[in-house]
Design a protein around this ligand. Structure first.
Ligand code: GSH
Length: 266
């Protein structure tokens, strides 16, 4: 029965990569400890991992990485939101799944775990993924056929955004990452969420221009940061400050400090 190994340092990561034969399917789960969907995903992945037998050489290898603490690794794999799953074999990124859809995660792992390794890329080594990750990213579309028709493309993008804004009960669309915000407004909003001990997911819009431009139209809101709660736009930094000024318990239902009596959904 396979288990998930927590990677806690760059050295540990390098060691893990160099120990893997090119035929092993590497399942990397990027997570953030404060994001509730990541905790659910960890449970789902442990269950899935336990279904795969330990073989020699290993057919699968399961690792979990704190996306913020090991930002070099998450950046190398273009992680823009958590939870985020990356499937790698022989240095090639086979598929990525953004968000917490159990069905997508299970399907992705099952389909690649059964496939035979790509012989051409097997010699490339796991490190190659660091530079090639972006090209192979399927993101949340999970194999959906893309189309050249701009109207259909917009429809597909909006479908994706509809899921994305609900990827966590509290979702922050920001410039940069919480550990490295690339704009003062985003930095301030991260600070507010942290002060209020809010469990949240984030998406770095600088890493995906389609989302950056599309979400402005989808949300009818021209700037970032954008804070979404339960799939509804709250607003940018100014609005969040106003909401908190009017109601200092605004974030209470989403706080890690919320006790069992507090409804998770207000
Ligand atoms: N007053 C706004 C400030 C946010 C803002 O002005 N953001 C700008 C600069 S970081 C922005 O996102 N512009 C659009 C873009 O960069 O795509 C708020 O309350 O959130």
């Amino acid at each position: 029965m396979s288990t998930i190994q927590e990677i806690t340092s760059l050295e540990g990561w390098d060691q893990h990569l160099s120990s893997l034969p090119p035929s092993t399917l590497l399942i990397i789960s990027f997570q953030a400890p404060w994001a509730a969907p990541c905790a659910q995903m960890a449970t789902v992945l442990s269950t899935l991992a336990s279904e795969y037998p330990v073989t020699d050489p290993p057919s699968t290898s399961w690792v979990s990485i704190n996306a913020e603490e090991l930002s070099d690794i998450s950046e190398a794999y273009d992680v823009t939101a958590v939870p985020y799953l990356v499937l790698v074999r022989g240095g090639e990124v086979l598929e990525t799944v953004s968000g917490s859809s159990v069905v997508k995660v299970r399907n992705a792992i099952e389909s690649h775990a059964k496939q035979s390794p790509h012989s051409a890329s097997a010699a490339a080594g796991q490190e190659a993924a660091a530079t090639n990750g972006a090209a192979a990213t399927v993101d949340d579309k999970n194999g959906e056929t893309t189309t050249e028709d701009p109207e259909n493309q917009k429809e597909e993008l909006f479908k994706r955004l509809k899921d994305l804004v609900k990827a966590a009960p509290v979702m922050l669309f920001m410039k940069g990452t919480p550990s490295e915000p690339k704009c003062g407004f985003s930095r301030q909003l991260v600070a507010i969420l942290r002060e209020n001990a809010v469990k949240y997911g984030f998406f770095n819009i600088l890493a995906d221009d389609e989302v950056r431009q599309g979400l402005k139209e989808f949300a009818d809101w021209p700037t970032y940061p954008q804070l979404w709660v339960d799939g509804e736009l709250v607003g940018g930094l100014d609005i969040v400050k106003e909401e908190l000024a009017n109601n200092d318990e605004f974030f209470k239902p989403y706080s890690v400090k919320a006790n069992g009596d507090t409804p998770v959904v207000a």
